[in-house]
Ligand binder design. Structure first.
Ligand SMILES: CC(=O)N[C@H]1[C@@H](OP(=O)(O)OP(=O)(O)OC[C@H]2O[C@@H](n3ccc(=O)[nH]c3=O)[C@H](O)[C@@H]2O)O[C@H](CO)[C@@H](O)[C@@H]1O
Ligand SMILES: C=C(OP(=O)(O)O)C(=O)O
Length: 417
């Protein structure tokens, strides 16, 4: 096990380049199962979740070769073997194996997903979608078994606009007979990315990025080459870190449109922002206004940036209220920040944050974004060494985190626990 050691108090300066989006990558890799020839994915992030997914596909019989940020996947030998345990338990997005295998083989057995369990994360909307397409879904000893004699297009209204359910239904419906309409679909940019890949593979998907997605099923899908969109959550994390350390950082290889909710909040706090075509410059200052933030589905403020934002709001003057309307109790970072001297209390789905100076402490990341929040908090501390354990969670979503922060002037390093 490793931990991160941070001597903070240095304003971050320079340029950081953002890699491909985790939440796209881990949907695109299983999507390639549906193809009947090689798919090449470019701009892949070097994350533990991506490595685990490559292992899962290899276990099923795919040939996976990786060179830097490119992955070539030859799915021609894949079989739908039951995967009740093992790698699928290591990550949340293993649920995409259900949609992909059901679409291709009409049958799958997959263990319930693992990943960051900051609160119960049901998959009832995924199941509802598969059943609407004609599958029988049973839960046997913690594994989901799916079977369909034939998949038929259907109209599916999602009770919550779930990212995972929207993508999973797109995967299965791409190979169903007839038309599927998803209403109240999630609109996150990663959904457009998955639809773009599937369409390049020969699928017929319209409306991705809106609340109504139409899918005309096709009988086969072929290989293609696809470049993954930049990771808006990594980008937002570095924007927050730049502001929190009162630094001056250019965040490169981003789509500024994807960052609007983040940018708007930073501007409201008094942070200076300069936008170019594919980069955003964040210039911090000595005093920030307290603001209220509501984490919502896209294009609202992302729940995945809620924890890092909590750390920044400890640096504002006055009281901020940060509410999460996607995950009501995603506050495992709060007790750890309190150990660092933060004045935060949680009331219902909100964190009430009073500006305060943070001090060095030994803290523990219990999920990915809680980890990012603790690193940002550590970067603001002027005396002593902050120790963040639970690095394996952080490695799920941030490649080259230490290298990137060091290049920006931070004093941060890994140590074995
Ligand atoms: C791999 C991936 O892309 N992960 C992201 C994805 O997770 P994930 O796809 O798991 O999140 P969802 O969009 O499905 O969840 C949104 C909300 O819907 C609820 N819900 C979801 C599905 C369901 O069947 N029933 C149900 O009630 C959840 O409990 C949550 O309150 O979107 C989340 C919300 O933007 C992000 O935090 C995650 O980083
Ligand atoms: C919660 C997250 O990811 P996952 O859904 O993969 O656990 C995240 O990226 O913040």
């Amino acid at each position: 096990m490793e931990k991160l050691m941070i001597t903070g108090g240095r304003p971050l300066q320079g340029t950081v380049s953002i890699s491909g989006a985790k939440n796209s990558a881990i949907a695109l890799i299983p999507a390639t199962i549906l193809a009947d020839s090689e798919v090449v994915l470019d701009n892949l992030p070097l994350l533990s979740d991506v490595a685990v997914f490559a292992d899962i596909l290899e276990e099923l019989g795919a040939k996976v070769t990786r060179e830097g940020s490119q992955m070539r996947i030859d799915p021609t030998q894949i079989k739908s073997i039951p995967m009740p345990n093992g790698s699928v338990k290591k990550l949340r997005a293993s649920y995409y194996m259900m949609g992909a295998l059901l679409g291709k083989f009409k049958e799958a057995t997959i263990g319930l997903p693992g990943g960051c369990n900051f609160e119960p994360r049901p998959i009832d909307q995924h199941i509802k979608g598969f059943e609407a397409l004609g599958a029988t879904v049973t839960n046997e000893h913690g594994s989901i078994h799916l079977y369909a004699k034939e998949l038929r297009g259907a109209k599916i209204y999602l009770d919550v606009s779930s990212v995972g359910a929207t993508i999973n239904i797109m995967l299965a419906a791409s190979r169903a007979k007839g038309s599927t309409i998803i209403e109240n679909a999630a609109k996150e940019p990663e959904i457009i990315d998955v639809a773009t890949l599937l369409n390049s593979m020969g699928a017929v998907i319209k409306g991705a990025g809106t609340e109504t997605i139409r899918i005309e099923g096709v009988s086969e899908l072929h290989g293609c080459r696809h470049s993954i969109i930049p990771d808006r959550i990594q980008a937002g994390t570095y924007m927050i870190a730049a502001a929190a350390t009162r630094g001056d950082v250019v965040i490169d290889n981003v789509i500024p449109k994807h960052m609007e909710a983040m940018t708007a909040k930073l501007l409201e706090m008094g942070v200076r922002i300069e936008e170019l075509d594919e980069s955003i410059r964040v210039i911090g200052c000595s005093n920030y206004e307290a603001v209220d933030v509501k984490a919502l589905v896209y294009p609202g403020f992302p729940t995945d940036l809620q924890s890092p934002m909590t750390s920044l709001l400890t640096q504002a003057d006055g009281v901020s209220v940060l509410s999460d309307f996607v995950y009501s109790s995603r506050f495992k970072h709060v007790p750890e920040l309190v150990r660092m001297g933060a004045k935060i209390r949680v009331e219902g789905r909100s964190a009430i944050i009073e500006g305060s100076r943070l001090n060095a402490a030994k803290v523990k990341a219990t999920d990915l974004r809680a980890g990012a929040a603790l690193v940002i908090a550590g970067l603001t501390v002027e005396e002593g060494i902050t120790e963040v354990s639970g690095v394996e969670f952080i490695d799920r979503g941030y490649d080259f985190l230490v290298e990137n922060f060091r290049r920006l002037g931070a004093d941060i390093w890994r140590e074995t626990e």
